[in-house]
Write a protein that binds this ligand. Structure first.
Ligand code: ADP
Length: 403
């Protein structure tokens, strides 16, 4: 079984081809700067003998059609498929599924029209996903295609956790509520954690911390998401690379009145110019840690703010869950920044959380335990794999569809 996973954005398409017999990645790559003067197209693939090959090309790729054509030709030339009909299915990542999708869906005209209807709730992502999906359906009409939604895992949130305390009519008329994102990653690491701890996922209580450029925390009770830090959009919650996360909404009125900032300017400021970057000029945690070590006060402040916000969420979700079996760190920061893990869990012994500094300092790309033996809550580092999870859910969906 060969499953291709596509993550189409407005100006890029990322792809991975899996052999589902052993979850092996047969090929992967990205096409970037679609529609610009010069685009970049890349593929990495395994030769039958097992050694890895790479190809990178600067070229002109003016739209998603050209991008997927480049990708299919590259996959065929590399020998991992003979033609597109060799694919058993194509799985598409979709960020915003709103209330319409509680699980993956076979792509058809209705599903595409729903993804289009949800564009106002996912303006940065859904248009690119839809563009890629339409081209993919057109180029591979015989291959089953499945949409996998970042929001679906959070569809189990109770109403008191997903509602905002604003006039109810805005929920009724505009569906303003918490949707949550990164669901594919939170779900994947929850499944891996249950397996690793040899515990039935349906009894597992966990706090999962996905810390990358975008960052979110999820409270998981009996294997289901019951609260998550991102909201109507991915702007809420933790401090992120360039996003503010939680803040007093009155700041926006104040800025608009004092500085005459428009809605678009405020939107850009909160999404692209805030977070770690807004405080210290960098959105890269590696650089921030280095700058802080060299005595840069703003970098130190950004770092302290990031960890403090994280600790507040760990505390509040511990209260929400009552019993926590494990905390999972994942994403570029969660998997690699051991000092962030240590700082954000500092002084949480009363919550049953105690990290072992030696275990925490081990550098590895493997799943591992970093909590002390006497820590009531297990603290784990689990590398996420959203593409594999999309491939697994795509496979499950086509098997269900055929049965
Ligand atoms: P994305 O959300 O774009 O997928 P990633 O999950 O790759 O992002 O995470 C990117 C973040 O991970 C960046 O802030 C980067 O600095 C951080 N990161 C990656 N490696 C390390 C490391 N060794 N130490 C600290 N931070 C790291």
């Amino acid at each position: 079984m060969k499953i291709l996973v596509l993550n189409a954005g407005s100006s890029s398409v990322k792809y991975q081809l899996f052999n589902m017999a052993n979850n092996e990645v047969l090929a992967s790559g990205v096409i970037e700067q679609i529609g610009e003067k010069e685009s970049m197209a890349k593929i990495k693939y395994k030769k039958p003998a097992g050694d890895e090959q790479k190809r990178e090309e600067k070229c002109s790729i003016h739209d998603h059609d050209a991008a997927l054509t480049w990708m299919s030709e590259a996959l065929i030339q590399s020998g991992v498929i003979h033609n597109l009909n060799d694919l058993d299915a194509i799985g598409h990542r979709v960020v915003q599924g709103g209330s319409s999708f509680q699980e993956p869906a076979m792509v058809d005209d209705y599903v595409m029209s729903e993804i289009e209807r949800l564009i106002p709730l996912g303006p940065l992502h859904n248009p690119g996903h839809l563009a890629g999906m339409k081209v993919s359906v057109h180029q591979s009409p015989n291959v089953p295609q499945v949409a996998v939604f970042d929001t679906a895992f959070h569809s189990t949130l109770p109403n008191y956790a997903y509602m905002y305390a604003i006039p109810y009519k805005y929920y009724e008329e505009l569906r303003i509520r918490r949707y949550g994102f990164h669901g594919t990653s939170h779900y994947y690491v929850t499944k891996v954690a249950a397996k690793y701890l040899k515990q039935d996922i349906n009894t597992l209580n966990a706090i999962t911390l996905h810390l990358g450029n975008g960052a979110s925390v999820t409270a998981i009770e009996n294997g289901q998401s019951i609260d998550t830090s991102m909201g109507l959009t991915p702007l809420e919650g933790l401090i992120m690379g360039t996003r503010s996360g939680d803040l007093d909404p009155a700041i926006l009125f104040y800025l608009a009145r004092k500085r005459g900032l428009t809605l678009d300017e405020l939107d850009k400021m909160l999404n692209k110019e805030s977070g770690l970057k807004g405080i210290c000029g960098s959105n890269d945690m590696r650089e921030i840690t280095r700058m802080a070590e060299e005595g840069d006060e703003r970098a130190q402040l950004a770092y302290d703010m990031f960890n403090y916000r994280l600790k507040k969420y760990i505390g509040s979700y511990s209260a929400v869950l009552g019993r926590v079996d494990c905390i999972v760190f994942t994403g570029g920061i969660g998997e690699n920044a051991n000092d962030v893990r240590l700082k954000s869990c500092e002084k949480l012994e009363n919550f049953g959380i105690k990290i072992d500094p030696i275990l925490n300092s081990v550098r590895s790309s493997e799943i591992r335990t970093i909590s002390a033996d006497d820590s009531k809550v297990k603290v784990l580092v689990i590398p996420t794999n959203e593409e594999l999870e999309i491939a697994i859910e795509t496979l499950e969906m086509i098997q269900k569809h055929h049965s």
